[in-house]
Write a protein that binds this ligand. Sequence first.
Ligand SMILES: [Zn+2]
Length: 315
Amino acid sequence: MTIHKITMPTPFAVGDVNAWLLKGDALTLFDAGTNTTESEQAMLNGLKEAGCRPEDVEQVILTHHHPDHAGLVGLFGNARLLGHRYNEPWLTRDEAFFEYHDRFYEECLIEEGVPESYIHWVRKMKRPVEYIGKRPLDGVLEDGEEVPGHPGWSVVETLGHAQSHLAFFNEQGGEMIGGDLILGKISSNPLIEPPLDPGQGRPRSLLLYNDSMRRVADLPVGVIHPGHGKDVRGIRELVESRLVQQKQRALAVRDMLAEGPKTIFELTKRLFPQAYERELGLTLSETIGQTDWLVAEGLASETRKEDGVLHYEKV
Ligand SMILES: [Zn+2]
């Protein structure tokens, strides 16, 4: 067997996370769990099962920068750390980036019509940065490139869930190391994250996510080794059904807009009455996904009022 799965606990609602050890010309670990002692113990056990030690790992490659995937990068002192360039400010705790990050979310919350009393959520949206490892990338991977040390494996940029998201595809084997792009049981949250280039404006995360899923569905992928849960097969059908569900959710939001123009915050309270206060960031990004989709399809319009708040209206 050339690919070995290592499952680790996380302190997050998502539950366990997987890392994938791939033996080729190089010994490469895809993803690195969470920076906790429990996760580290599970990682060490998993490596031992695969017959290797942390110092044997020659490359650590990240599918994305989230704290359940980029945690234990410090454990692999002999390995080069590779991934999308968007990982870098998170891995190095770039102060200028985090100042811009907080301003970005403050501006988003205003646009979304979120009352002032919720602004403290900006800090929470930084996600638990301390669970992410702290070391810079040794190299950047770009879409279409061959994965170093693994002839036949290529990098597939798959933004949407994260602005750093990459998947890795071996055409000959029909295998993909998929990160959080396509999970068996749930669709990933299209998180709103500040773009590296502030001039780009807020990313349309759900639209990016849908494009990434379609792109992967068009590749001859037989099996995805995901970031959470069991291997996923029947990718094309799964993507199709996720896109149909997605459309239905957006059309339900359009029905709400039939009652009159609404802000993102108003829609979020309606869509997630139980969860919106506890999980404001996640529920807002789900709602923004619906309105972005409706606007892109020409089914809703977006108008900026004088106070900077965006109002959505049925077209
Ligand atoms: Zn994850």
